[in-house]
Each structure stands twice: as C-alpha cells, then as structure tokens.
Design a protein around this ligand. Structure first.
Ligand code: PMP
Length: 462
C-alpha cells in the first residue's frame, strides 16, 4: 500500500511521539489508525481492532458518534471560538458548567475549564496556593500524592505523578510533594499482612507524614479513586474514608482526580461515590467529551471558590486561564456527549456489564503468566509475573506486558501495557458479545505470550 508506506515513512522522518521509544519506533514504524466505528478502529491496511482501552481511557460513546460531530458543526457555525477572560462568557461553557455542577457530588458547584487533565491538575496546585495565600497561611503549600498515581506531565502535575518515567531525567518533583505508598495490597502488602492491616498501615503512614511535615504546611491530598495509568490499582476497603477523615482532621483539601474514573467508568457516576468520600476539588476530562475535543474541568466547593474569589477581588484578578479555556466547540461536544451518556444509559451499561467483564477476566487468574487480575466496573488490569508464588516480575521490566499487548493487537484487540500490567478499559457502549470477544482475544494473546516465554526462555534469568 503506497499511501501507507509513504505515510509511515513521513511519520518516521518527522514526528516525535509521546511515551515512545523513538529509536525503536524508527525501526518499527507506526500503527496508523485511519477510521473508527463504534468500539472498533481500523488501521491503514484495513485491519479491524476492538479498541479495548477506549483510545486513552477516553471514548465513552465509541469512535463514530455522529451526534458529537453535529454538535461540533453547529457550534462551529454559530461561534467557533470565544474566550472567558475578563467577564466574558458564551453559552456552551455556561451550560456545561451548569450541567457538571448538577452531576458532581453535593457541594461541588463551581467549574473551571482547561484543555487537558495535566493543565487541570496544574491549575489545582495554583488554586490551592492562591487560596492559602488568601487565607493568610502561605506556608500551607505541600501536596500529598501516591506512588503509581498519575496526574499528568506538566511541571506541577508531573510532580504529583508518582511514576519514575515522569520524574527521572526531568528533575521532578519541582513542587513540594510527598508520595505515599500505593494502596495496592497484592503488590505492596507485607508478607502475611491482611488487607485491613495494610490499610491501617497506609493510613498511619499518611498521618505520620502529615505530623512530620507539620499539618500547617500540608495543603492538599490528591489521588485517583482507582489508579489508572499506574496499572489499574483498586484501593482496599476503608482506605478512602480513612484518607478523607485525615484530611478533615488536619484541614487538608481532598482532590479527587477523576480524569479516568469519571462519568461511569466504575459503574458509578464518579469514583469518589464508589469509595464513599466527597472531595473539595474534583478533576474531570477524557470521558467528559469522549475526547472528541480536548477539554478538562475542575469542580470546586464553595469554600475553595470563595477564598479564590476574595483573593482575586483583593488582587484585582485571578491571573490564570488558557486561550482555549472552556472552548465553545469543546464545551458543545461535552454537553452533547453527557446528554448521550445519560440518554443511552451508558453508565447503566457499564454497571450491568461489570460482572461479565470482571468475572470473565478473572478466569485468567490461573494462567501461568498472570499474577493478579484486578479491576472494577469497565476498567481492569492483569499483572504479569515470572513467578506466581513470589510475585516476582519478569526481567527486563515491562517487556512481557508489551509483548502480550502486541500479540493482542495481532489478535484484533488494542490494550495497553503499563509497566508489568496489561490494561483494559473498553468504551462504555460495549456490548455483551464484544466483552466476550475482548476476553477471547486477550486469552489467545496470553497463550501466545506464554508460548513465547517458553520458547525464548525470557525472564527466567535476570
Ligand atoms: N489525571 C489522570 C488520572 C490521567 O489519567 C491523566 C491522563 N492519562 C491525566 C490526569 C492527564 O491528562 P492529560 O493527558 O489530558 O493531560
């Protein structure tokens, strides 16, 4: 195929890709996706894939919803761009803010728009600092986050992220942040430690860190209810209520990063509802527009909003915002996308298919490659290990999950390898039959992966 060859050559010659080993990419070339239809995408050779990760955990309504295209076109024609700086507004962002205030838990009434989840978390850092300056406690600046948590890649949001790839040679963290233990019992529990003991240990660790740093210096705790990009980690029972209680006790703002969890992914509208806590600040993106347009939103409670409003009155302005903040086309797409999620009951679909999806995947718990199958709602991860008894990983790290993900793509299923984990997060429109196909295709990839390990001896010697 001449076009695809020239496209691939042009890509290799001119593009720099995120999260890509560029030297390897120069040898292998890209997978070029040209078209989408429902849960499927097609490459430039016409091969069909189930998009088992919804793009990047994003596309609730699938890849071909013409209602979103129509909403974008209508807004393009009416008013393709305007901003919301300096007392200006336009209808799509007003309506979407109203809608989000209505959907989010009680108390989260004020909405600020950014273009991406990273910008939203960066903005949260600045808002929290702005608030504490307004309240006359400028020393209350530090953040608590967790190892394996993902909050973005800008200088501040990347600092909150707890993954080595985002810190290492980037000289992060660059803001004051303490990363606590990842709340994943199977991997981080001590030998013989029960889940309840593990939870108690993590809550004690959090309190010890707060006391060691001084509560008067800790501004906020940020976390994803279920961690996504770090490898789909489901928290133990009691963890979130315990963290919320500590935040109340020490006057620390609780930030729920719902960029992946939000809008029904876990079978509830938001992850915080699944785990029984109400944050002061919530961050949303991805399924907000099904990523047809880039958009993120921050919901604030009145206390945070009032402090910001008072400080901006004092300073004459809240000096923060983006050219594209609350872009009218993105907001129009977001409004239509949320309408579709409600009208087609996609959150209900996720809740109904949870059992089939999760129990289907748990059948792989006995597979020789699989250490743990975990997940909730329509998000799941299978962590691959070299030794099921000791949970020891294959060496070199990450290669086995990448190999299985590549084999899954050959079988017609796109999933994502995150470290040692194969992650799945299908569009919320997925059907029962497609859930079964996802599981079948993944099963074939796991079997091929296991055959490959046996053939090559991979991972048996470090
Ligand atoms: N927070 C979470 C929980 C995320 O998963 C992501 C993106 N994967 C982000 C923040 C950053 O969003 P973006 O890529 O839009 O900057």
């Amino acid at each position: 195929n001449k076009l695809s060859n020239s496209l691939a050559a042009a890509d290799i010659a001119h593009s720099v890709h995120p999260y890509t080993n560029m030297r390897l990419h120069e040898e292998q070339g890209p997978m070029i996706i040209t078209r989408g239809d429902g849960v499927h995408v097609y490459d430039d050779q016409g091969k069909e894939y189930i998009e088992g990760l919804s793009g990047l955990w994003s596309v609730a309504v699938g890849f071909s919803d013409t209602r979103l295209k129509d909403a974008a076109m209508r807004q393009m024609e009416a008013l393709p761009y305007y901003h919301s700086f300096a007392h200006k507004a336009h209808e799509p962002s007003i309506r979407l803010a109203e809608k989000l205030a209505e959907m989010t838990p009680e108390g989260l009434n004020r909405i600020f728009f950014t273009n991406s989840g990273s910008e939203a978390n960066d903005t949260v850092v600045k808002m929290v600092w702005f608030m504490n300056n307004a309240l006359g406690r400028p020393e209350k600046k530090k953040f608590l986050a967790r190892n394996k948590g993902y909050h973005g890649i800008t200088v501040a949001s990347g600092s909150l992220t707890g993954l080595p790839a985002n810190h290492g040679d980037f000289d992060l963290p660059a803001i004051p942040v303490r990363h606590l233990t990842c709340p994943h019992h199977w991997r981080w529990g001590h030998e013989g430690e029960s889940e309840a003991e593990f939870t108690a240990r993590l809550l004690k660790e959090a309190e010890d860190v707060i006391l060691e740093e001084g509560p008067e210096t800790i501004a906020a705790f940020i976390g994803e209810p279920v961690m996504g990009a770090g490898g789909v980690m489901v928290p133990p029972e009691g963890y979130w209520p315990g963290i919320a209680a500590l935040c109340r006790k020490y006057d620390i703002l609780l930030v729920s990063d719902e960029v992946i969890n939000g809008f029904g992914r876990l079978g509830t509208p938001f992850g915080c509802q699944k785990y029984g806590f109400v944050p002061d600040i919530m961050v949303m993106s991805k399924q907000l527009t099904s990523s047809y347009m880039p958009l993120a939103a921050i919901a604030l409670n009145d206390r945070v909003y009032d402090a910001i409003a008072d400080n901006s009155a004092k300073l004459g302005t809240f000096g923060h915002g983006f050219t594209g903040s609350g872009h009218p086309v993105a907001c129009a797409v977001g409004l239509e996308n949320l309408r579709i999620i409600e009208e087609d009951d996609l959150m209900g679909n996720a809740a109904r298919l949870e059992e089939r999806f999760q129990s289907g995947l748990r059948r792989f718990a006995d597979h020789p490659l699989v250490g743990e199958v975990r997940g909730v709602g329509l998000i799941a991860g299978l962590e691959l290990v070299a030794d099921k008894a000791t949970r020891q990983s294959f060496q070199p790290a990450g290669k086995i999950a990448a190999t299985v993900a590549k084999m899954a793509a050959e079988e017609g299923l796109i999933c994502r390898n995150v470290y040692e984990t194969v992650a799945l997060c299908p569009p919320l429109i997925v059907t029962e039959a497609q859930v079964d196909q996802i599981i079948d295709r993944l099963g074939r990839a796991l079997d091929r992966g296991w055959a490959w390990v046996q053939d090559t001896g991979f991972g048996t010697t470090a």
